[in-house]
Design a protein around this ligand. Structure first.
Ligand code: NAD
Length: 240
């Protein structure tokens, strides 16, 4: 579970543990990841914290190696870690900012999958869920790097679903709409984004992190054993 120290990642780690999974709680922020691990353990679950920067190949390789060494293998992976960038039109964005956003969101997800897939293969199958975004399917104004990266994640997900289906590995993307997480609150601070999102979402409210998490856990579960290669919106009917 990447990005498990906050928001959707924390909610997913807690839900996975609640369903009986042993969860490797990873985040670039070891303090918040440790908090999530403590929450899981206090509820009687099993979890191990591993510091991980998804943009750093050796960090990703070591996190997967540590998982396999500690528990004998990997059955599911939820690639959630990412960062937002929502306030700049394309011609106002420097190359460094574009590359930073694409590197963490897209290359970081690529690196995680690169090391997770062989671990799942050696286990005889499993499931990967990527947390993309509605921005992986549609435009978000003033978010060129984020939307390009999230569209890329949807593409990676579909190619991996096709290439690794013979190994019994399912790969799906969750595409949340606006979800009330610490990450969203940072982007929305000082703006009317919350009211605006509520007004244009059919269910009339933003999602909770638990609603995106429940979908990710469902896509890991046997309930979706014939589902692979999809990019599923969890957006309150926004795009209907
Ligand atoms: N909140 C929303 O409205 C929303 C909507 C669509 C998609 N998403 C996606 O959901 C995912 C989680 O978003 P959130 O809103 O919960 O964000 P958040 O900022 O609350 O949590 C993100 C977590 O990822 C971690 N992280 C950041 N960079 C990392 C790195 N290089 N390596 C490892 N961990 C790193 C952060 O430390 C943080 O704990 C992101 O991929 C985001 O793009 C969020």
């Amino acid at each position: 579970m990447t990005g498990a120290g906050s928001g959707i990642g924390r909610a997913t780690a807690i839900e996975l543990a609640g369903q009986g999974a042993t969860v490797i709680v990873t985040d670039i922020d070891e303090t918040t990841a440790t908090e999530t691990t403590e929450m899981i353990k206090e509820s009687g679950g099993e979890a191990l914290v591993v510091a991980l920067d998804i943009g750093d190949e050796s960090s990703v390789r070591m996190a997967v190696e540590r998982t396999v060494a500690a528990y004998g293998g990997l059955d599911f992976a939820v690639n959630n870690a990412g960062l937002a960038s929502h306030h700049r039109q394309l011609d106002q964005m420097g190359l460094a900012e574009f590359e930073r956003v694409v590197h963490v969101n897209l290359a970081g997800t690529f690196l995680c999958m690169k090391y997770e897939l062989p671990a799942l293969q050696s286990r005889g199958g499993g499931a990967i869920v990527t947390i993309a975004s509605n921005g992986g399917l549609y435009a978000i104004p003033h978010a060129p790097a984020y939307v390009a990266a999230k569209h890329g994640i949807v593409g990676l997900t579909k190619v991996a679903a096709v290439d690794y289906a013979p190994d019994g590995i399912r790969v799906n993307a969750v595409c949340p709409g606006p979800t009330r997480t610490p990450g969203f609150e940072r982007v929305a601070a000082g703006t009317d984004m919350v009211a605006m999102q509520e007004a244009i979402t059919r269910l009339g409210r933003m999602a909770t992190p638990q609603e995106a998490a429940a979908t990710a856990v469902w896509l890991c579960s046997d309930a979706t054993s014939y589902v692979t290669g999809i990019a599923l919106s969890v957006d309150g009917g926004r795009r209907a």
